[in-house]
Unconditional design. Structure first.
Length: 336
């Protein structure tokens, strides 16, 4: 009789193979279930809003304005980035590109000035655009021009960023807050956010402007310089600011504004982009340059834009990385 040979897997090896298969299946099931849970916790919000961008060549009628018309639920701006990009072509065939990314908690405004021309002079560093209306702290309404007062700081004799940083409330009944800064308010139906080039004081009341900024009158007898920035004649600060260690007793001479060119060279990148009251670090000195609201959101050369140009604007939901809103916005002359 012919003997047959039979090959078989060792029982030990067989058990190991079965265990490996079971572990693989368990890992796949666990990953799928985890994905379902994570997806539920990280739902992508929905938003509808109207955006307008204008460049009239003057600070008072140039702006970026957004009006939220609806959301799936209130959206914390702490979870949102604004990304803008644009390209402008000229008749000679050349072109220029621009844009910026706004991240909550990262400074994109840096100017030494007094918001009303008299008090609150400081190196103002914050994150714009500013919010107004529903979903924004005290819900102050947008009246056409923006003021960088801290909420609760009006008429409090010089409340500055130091007061916010160190929680020194000048009036306990009216706490000083920064609810209107990007990253600190919610977007929902009725919320507005707004940017404007530097130039106006006293909330932009008629005739209330500095002699430095965008499209301003350099002097009472000089015509406004359209589509251009007018800078301070000296890089020297007018007086001490919070970052110099000043805490009280701001002298009455601390008025007006010091507006300087956009940072270049060893002034960038900002080594303390999340610090509102910064410190001198090496050659970097935030008192030696300025970034206004429009530069912060549209890029340093935004003033090249004219009516008819296109700016692509996106809202990115940081937790999911998804674009939740995107539009190509046509620049206007002005509609305010």
């Amino acid at each position: 009789m012919k003997q047959q040979s039979e090959w078989a897997v060792s029982p030990v090896v067989g058990v190991m193979l079965m265990l490996i298969v079971v572990i693989i299946i368990a890992a796949v099931v666990s990953g799928f279930a985890g994905g379902l849970v994570g997806g539920k916790n990280q739902q992508v919000p929905q938003i509808t809003m109207d955006v307008s961008i204008a460049n009239s060549g003057y600070w008072s009628t140039s702006y970026l304005k957004a009006e939220v018309t609806g959301t799936s639920a209130p959206i914390n701006t702490r979870d949102l980035q604004i990304v803008t990009s644009w390209r402008k072509s000229f008749n000679n065939g050349s072109f220029v590109t621009g844009g910026a990314t706004t991240t909550p908690g990262v400074v994109n405004f840096n100017v030494m000035y007094s918001p009303d021309g008299t008090y609150n002079y400081d190196l103002w560093r914050l994150t714009v655009p500013q919010g107004f209306g529903t979903g924004v702290g005290q819900g102050s309404a947008l009246t056409g021009n923006s003021s960088l007062y801290l909420e609760g700081a009006n008429n409090q004799g010089g409340a500055t960023l130091y007061d916010l940083e160190h929680n020194q409330m000048q009036n306990p009944a009216t706490p000083i807050t920064n609810n209107s800064w990007w990253g600190n308010y919610y977007l929902q139906a009725g919320t507005e956010f707004f940017c404007q080039p530097f130039g106006g004081l006293n909330n932009g009341q008629p005739g209330a402007q500095y002699t430095v900024g965008y499209g301003v009158n350099p002097s009472p007898t000089s015509p406004a310089v359209r589509y251009q920035y007018v800078y301070s004649s000296s890089t020297a600060e007018l007086c001490a600011v919070s970052m110099d260690g000043v805490t009280t007793g701001y002298p009455s001479s601390c008025t007006g504004a010091t507006f300087l060119p956009y940072p270049t060279g060893n002034q960038v990148p900002d080594p303390e982009p999340t610090i509102y009251v910064p410190h001198l670090t090496g050659y970097w000195n935030p008192e030696s340059y300025s970034i206004d609201q429009m530069q912060g959101v549209l890029g340093p050369n935004w003033n090249q834009l004219r009516a008819g140009d296109i700016v692509t604007m996106k809202l990115i939901h940081i937790p999911t990385g998804k674009i939740i809103w995107q539009r190509d916005v046509t620049v206007q002359g002005s509609v305010l």
